[in-house]
Write a protein that binds this ligand. Structure first.
Ligand code: S3P
Length: 189
């Protein structure tokens, strides 16, 4: 009984220290990872890190150019490498690319590195937010609405594995941040 109590306490301590290491934002394109992440990092005095920005710096090329010249599989390799590097550091709010959750190794790295928050939004809201943008190669198609639905369907099971899932559809950045803090408090305290 003593050992199992001790194991429980050790487990709790481990989860508790993990959750303060980093906050990792996952979720589809256009759910607000960058807006929420930048503000949240400021609030917590954490470093804001955007994996797409690091990929672009690493390759010295915009995401669209990487997709066009080298292809999505190549992009996913670089993305996985960058994620391993970033997850080895602490005190960061990390905004991850919408497709990063597909790989098991990426999801495992997120969980080990901190508290994982998946931001979501209704497909219609996502469409409205991204319709005039051109920097997301996967949505440069004839029917972006259908593409959004298709990608969301394929990824739903992976997004759902976050420690908290928060719908941002009708919420301000501040409201989403309050909810993230609330969810962290409730998850462990
Ligand atoms: C992608 C999302 C993008 C970027 C790339 C692929 C995806 O990131 O990584 O265009 O597969 O959903 P954002 O979610 O930050 O737009």
């Amino acid at each position: 009984a003593f050992t199992s109590a001790r194991a429980r306490v050790q487990g709790a301590v481990k989860r508790f220290s993990t959750m303060f290491k980093n906050i990792i934002l996952t979720g589809f394109m256009g759910v607000g990872k960058t807006s929420v992440g930048t503000q949240l990092a400021k609030d917590l005095a954490y470093t804001f890190v955007d994996t797409d920005t690091l990929i672009e710096a690493d390759q010295n090329m915009a995401i669209t150019a990487i997709f066009a010249k080298l292809g999505e599989p190549y992009f996913r390799e670089v993305e996985a490498k960058i994620i391993q590097e970033v997850m080895g550091r602490e005190n960061q709010v990390v905004s991850t690319g919408g497709g990063a959750v597909i790989r098991d190794e990426n999801r495992a790295a997120f969980k080990k590195a901190g508290f994982v928050v998946c931001l979501t939004a209704r497909p219609e809201v996502i469409f409205e937010r991204i319709r005039h943008e051109t920097h997301r190669p996967l949505l440069q198609t004839r029917d972006p609405r259908a593409k959004i639905k298709e990608l969301l369907d394929g990824r739903a099971q992976f997004y759902a594995q976050a420690d908290a899932v928060i719908d941002t559809s009708e919420k301000s950045v501040d409201a989403v941040i309050s909810e993230i803090k609330e969810r962290i408090r409730h998850a462990y305290c």
